[in-house]
Write a protein of this length. Structure first.
Length: 196
């Protein structure tokens, strides 16, 4: 993770030690279509996706993006219907990784679960988009959630409400998402969590 400007050595060390993959998920998006609260009582086990019938959603990028948003809002049953087994992520993660180890529906579900863990009520709303051009779809989102604890190095009290923004770009091939680029304002998030 490259950060411009001066960061105190102690804060920089905390950022390097942080193992939570926060950006993405943050990759989480929410379209202009309404999304229902996720029913997590039937959610699959850790890091596992569940097959779902998505009918025309897989043929329509806007429908796919609606399912993508619901997935990021905790409905993991969306993953298998919209995520290709060849799906991979491009993101600057807080642990210093580039997201390349996150593959397929199960990898994405694991990432989303990890991101949502400190913010169980995390919700995403679209600010701009979706913008669709051929096989690419992009949007700018705002995420808001209540901190429940568990973010490495955070001094914020549980109950602190955080808001941060980001941009997602996805590539579609054969009716499924195959590639994902994430750019999220994680500096704003870690500042609100007093982890800098």
């Amino acid at each position: 993770m490259k950060v411009q400007g001066h960061i105190p050595a102690r804060a920089g060390e905390r950022l390097r030690r942080t193992r939570l993959i926060v950006p993405a998920a943050i990759a989480a998006l929410a379209l202009t279509v309404p999304t229902a609260a996720a029913d997590t009582s039937r959610a699959p086990g850790p890091g596992r996706a569940v097959a779902a019938d998505h009918g025309t959603a897989a043929k329509n990028p806007r429908g796919m993006l609606d399912s993508w948003i619901r997935l990021w809002n905790g409905d993991y049953g969306q993953a298998a219907g919209i995520i290709s087994p060849r799906f991979h992520v491009h993101a600057a993660l807080l642990d210093g990784g580039d997201g390349s180890s996150i593959r397929g529906a199960d990898g994405l579900v694991g990432m989303v679960r990890q991101i949502r863990a400190p913010f169980p009520d995390l919700r995403f709303a679209v600010e701009v988009g979706p913008l669709i051009d051929g096989q690419y779809a992009s949007l700018r989102w705002t995420a808001t959630g209540t901190y429940a604890g568990g973010f490495p190095g955070a001094k914020a009290e549980p109950g602190t409400v955080v808001t941060f923004t980001g941009n997602d770009t996805l590539r579609v091939k054969s009716g499924k998402f195959v590639e994902y680029w994430l750019n999220a304002d994680t500096l704003s998030l870690v500042t609100q969590l007093q982890a800098t």
